[in-house]
Design a protein around this ligand. Structure first.
Ligand code: EZ4
Ligand code: CO
Length: 403
């Protein structure tokens, strides 16, 4: 039985900030977990170093469920993104250790593969519709079966999901938050055109997705879903903020466009009503922000009862450790839907060497024991943390809005 001898937090910035936890055991086997919470990284680092590490020393690393319950119930203060990202990182690292001890990739410990690979979607972003379609065509050429279309909106200086970079979208920057501006009416006019031209140019053999990024009211979301019905989206994501789960009833009454939500959820309680009332089709909760593999499997099990499928968040702020964990989870879980995949920069990939691979639109976590991803600590030490914020968003009259 491997006993935990140390729990260390590694903060590094190979192109962007990442927080990684490394758990070492008396048997020489170690595991790693991702604890990155975009724009609030050091809060999780401190939670782990100051509050979690001391209570783990000497524990049996194999008791993953018990340690999960200990950290969740034992803190008294339940849930929240900081707590749940910290628990997630520990959980990932413990699954990594268990896999290495067993000599098996984690997906084998989760019941084995339920499919040959996990379908992923890439991000096509352009400053206008034509550029977005050109980007999407590049994904088709690479073998992708699904692509997300986001386009700059005429009259708005910057738009969510659109950047100058070809394959990376990195919204967190600057030592203070960037201010962006929003107009729902300008946006609502553009999106149906984006998908009409998208279908004309890309055809019907590719799944198309779109992220509203929490910017519509329920009735506006119902209208957009209805307008997009002819283009048969795979999903419409985060159509309205989801603190009020009931709000999705109104959207559902108006459209058959499939709905995805939950990248900012941190526990099963955030999604309970959405799932039980079948108000959504895809749940986007992710390994790193929703309590690790252990808790995400619980969410997926609930979702499976209601024919809700998984669609984990997978932007570049989720490190390769989370990507690997998500693929082990996705390969094994019966109700997998799709996995978001934004390629990391070369610097990030060099710090986190990994076994997962992309082939013809599907990804596989590989067969290395554990999660199949490591951290090069020497290289990581060369990249110093630097504060970065997600943007804030205002209406054109200056009213603070949802980013
Ligand atoms: O804004 O990962 O679907 N993907 C997204 C992302 C999120 C960022 C936040 O850290 O919405 O671009
Ligand atoms: Co999103």
């Amino acid at each position: 039985m491997p006993r935990i001898t140390s729990v260390r937090v590694i903060v590094t910035r190979p192109g962007r900030n990442f927080v990684t936890v490394k758990i070492e055991t008396d048997e020489g086997i170690y595991g790693i977990g991702d604890a990155t919470l975009n724009g609030r990284e050091l809060a999780v680092a401190s939670y782990l170093t100051d509050h979690v590490a001391p209570v783990l020393i000497g524990r049996d690393a194999h008791r993953i469920e018990d340690i999960w319950q200990y950290l969740y119930k034992g803190a008294y203060w339940r849930r929240g993104p900081v707590t749940m990202s910290a628990i997630a990182a520990i959980d990932m690292a413990l699954w990594d250790i268990k896999g290495k001890v067993a000599g098996l990739p984690v997906y084998q410990l989760l019941g084995g593969a339920s499919r040959d690979g996990c379908m992923v979607y890439g991000h096509a972003n352009g400053s206008d519709v034509s550029e977005t379609i050109e980007r999407a065509q590049e994904y088709l050429e690479k073998g992708y079966k699904a692509v997300r279309l986001q386009s700059g909106v005429p009259g708005l200086k910057s738009t969510y999901g659109v950047s100058g970079e070809r394959f990376y979208y990195e919204p967190a920057k600057g030592s203070l938050p960037e201010e962006s501006f929003w107009s729902t009416s300008k946006y609502m006019r553009l999106v149906p055109e984006l998908f009409q031209r998208g279908r004309d140019a890309l055809g019907w053999d590719i799944h198309l997705l779109h992220d509203v990024h929490h910017r519509l009211t329920p009735i506006e979301a119902g209208r957009l879903g209805k307008d997009l019905e002819p283009y048969r989206l795979f999903w419409l994501e985060d159509a309205t903020p989801a603190e009020n789960q009931e709000a999705f009833r109104l959207i559902r009454q108006h459209t058959t466009t499939p709905l995805a939500v939950g990248e900012i959820f941190n526990s099963i309680w955030d999604a309970k009503q959405l799932i039980e009332e079948q108000l959504i089709d895809y749940i986007r909760a992710t390994v790193v922000h929703a309590g690790g593999i252990t808790h995400l499997r619980r969410i997926a099990a609930l979702a499976d009862l209601y024919q809700v499928r998984t669609g984990c968040h997978g932007a570049t702020d989720l490190s390769p450790v989370t990507m690997a964990a998500a693929l082990h989870f996705g390969l094994s879980v019966p109700n997998f839907g799709i996995q978001e995949y934004m390629v990391h920069t070369e610097e990030t990939d060099a710090v986190f060497p990994h076994a997962y691979r992309f082939d013809q639109g599907l990804m596989h976590p590989g067969d290395a024991p554990g999660l199949g991803v490591d951290i090069d600590e020497t290289l990581a030490a060369k990249y110093e943390y630097s504060r970065a914020y997600l943007p804030v968003n205002r209406l054109e009259d200056g009213t603070m809005f949802n980013w």
